[in-house]
Design a protein around this ligand. Structure first.
Ligand code: FE
Ligand code: CA
Length: 525
């Protein structure tokens, strides 16, 4: 892979402080994205000999996959629990080398470069690798001085239009670290077939961690974790705590990730730019800005997801050759706040997506040539009860419009999370006509940890199973594994019987369904 040239007059190369705007402007002029942890060949950085050991304590990740490459991620954090949220790093930039090889021992390096880890972005880097071969397995690692990161792996996506024999992915959500061990992630990381992991929200929680909610046994947390998050440094510390989990790190090493947030990456149940805890609208946009910034910092996201003030565009499209098209939706930032009346709830104007994002996903669905058209979002799409206005039930008009677009694309699938239960359902063209045709299916993944130890039947199952189109309900922790082929989609709902005591629980099959192509049904297997 050719290394882009840095102009000697570049402020980044000269080690001068420059604003993000100036850098992005410069990138546009030179055609080379220079700094902010994206790529910084030849950048001046701190003498690496002065850095503490254990720089890669938070592991590595990859994401935003394409047929010719993806985004690599790491954060230099020798002390992830440092109370100031700086991860044990001093101010100042550090050059981070990255390498991609076709073998695990890195004898055949096919791409490499250097990204600049700056304090501005919590010493994270997000270099995009390009020029790789499609449908090919690779390994990657980072190096600073004599310290080398753990090795991650990924397979590039199929070339545009190509239809692979199969493609497998998993979904995960709701990682309340304090409610239990990430046993579900331990099993997910060991899945044999896994090309992509889709994180569907509540990657962190903002609540203070106290004796009352610390159900994960065998751990203690220090005083800075006991308060509800308010500042950028506190969000960074919280990501440090959650990402210190070895099983979550193993999942990220195992396969590329794509991710959307739900509410807890900012604040419980917020909608649009409206807080639910009484923070004024003027101040809440500042909270959103720092929360979105911390999310960008800690995920393997495109540089286009860097927040601009309180806005950040994380709706992302991934095309798996001609087999599948993924479209991830942000259902928090642009939604109308909770309805004020029945009439408001039923209003045709009401939106959970916002006009721009709705136009984007409508086009992606209706102009798709893919065999499987997969949407992902934080909250449940299936009609359950008008009382649950947090979910798409609070936005029936917007749901009708999306259902219509699903009906105009082949094999629509909705992925969601949020409710801390596994649910599988068939999506009706019109939920007011339950005997009418289906336009797709929804796979709701339970939580990785939120709610701790529970049973399959947890008291709420009857509310959900009262609908004929809801085919399965399971209150246990777990994840969903899905395999797509040109003929069928097989979705497997894995569960773990306990998570609070330790991480030794085996995985148990909750349910498995086959969706034969062009049927929009869930056939139990
Ligand atoms: Fe949650
Ligand atoms: Ca949620």
């Amino acid at each position: 892979m050719p290394r882009p040239q840095t102009t000697p007059s570049s402020p980044a190369a000269a080690g001068l402080p420059v604003s993000r705007r100036a850098l992005l402007g410069l990138a546009g002029v030179t055609g080379t994205v220079l700094a902010l942890g994206i790529d910084a060949p030849g950048a001046t950085a701190a003498p690496v000999g002065d850095l503490p050991d254990g720089l890669f304590a938070l592991g590595v990740a990859s994401g935003a996959p394409r047929h010719d490459g993806l985004v690599l991620w790491t954060r230099l954090a020798p002390d992830p629990m440092a109370e100031d949220g700086h991860g044990g790093m001093a101010r100042g930039a550090v050059g981070v080398k990255w390498e991609v090889a076709t073998d695990e021992s890195f004898d055949t390096v096919v791409a490499d470069g250097e990204a600049l880890a700056t304090a501005e972005l919590a010493h994270t880097v997000h270099p995009r690798v390009k020029g790789l071969d499609p449908s090919t397995a690779y390994f990657y690692r980072f190096t600073v001085g004599d310290q080398t990161s753990p090795v991650g792996r990924f397979t590039t996506l199929p070339a545009p239009g190509e239809i692979p024999e199969s493609f497998s992915f998993a979904t995960a959500s709701c990682q309340a670290w304090y409610h239990g061990h990430f046993t579900a992630h331990k099993h997910l990381a060991q899945e044999e077939d896994l090309d992509l992991v889709v994180f569907l929200g509540d990657y962190i929680y903002e609540y203070g961690i106290t004796e009352a909610n610390l159900w994960r046994q065998g751990v203690e947390v220090a005083e800075p974790h006991t308060v509800t998050i308010e500042t950028l440094e506190q969000y960074r510390l919280r990501y440090g705590l959650f990402k210190s989990d070895p099983h979550l790190q193993a999942v990220h090493r195992r396969a590329p990730a794509i991710a959307v947030w739900d509410d807890h990456e900012v604040e419980n149940n917020y909608g649009g730019k409206v807080s639910t805890t009484g923070i004024s609208d003027e101040l809440f946009v500042h909270r959103m800005a720092v929360a979105y910034r911390a999310f960008y910092e800690h995920m393997p996201l495109e540089v286009s997801a860097i927040p601009d003030g309180p806005e950040s565009h994380i709706n992302a499209g991934v095309d798996v050759g001609g087999l599948a098209r993924f479209s991830l939706l942000d259902c928090r930032q642009f939604r109308d706040p909770a309805p004020t009346s029945d009439e408001d709830q039923q209003s045709e104007d009401r939106t959970i997506l916002g006009a721009e994002q709705e136009a984007w996903v409508t086009e992606r669905l209706e102009e798709s040539d893919a065999l499987w058209n997969i949407l992902g979002n934080g909250v449940v799409f299936t009609a359950v009860t008008d009382d649950r206005t947090e979910m798409w039930d609070g936005y029936p008009a917007n749901r009708r419009r999306v259902l219509a677009s699903m009906g105009r694309s082949r094999n629509a699938v909705m992925l969601s999370g949020d409710i801390h239960r596994h649910v599988a359902s068939e999506l009706k063209a019109d939920f007011d006509d339950p005997d009418g045709p289906n336009v797709g299916v929804e796979l709701v993944c339970s939580s990785i940890a939120s709610n701790g130890d529970t049973e399959k039947e947890d008291g709420l199952q009857d509310d959900w199973l009262a609908h004929d189109y809801v085919k399965m309900y399971d209150g246990r922790r777990g994840y969903v594994h899905v395999t797509l082929t040109p003929d069928a989609m097989t979705s497997t709902f894995w569960t773990v019987p306990w998570i609070e005591a330790d991480d030794t629980a085996p995985k148990e099959l909750g349910a498995r369904f086959v969706t034969d192509v062009d049927t929009a049904t869930l056939r139990p297997l």
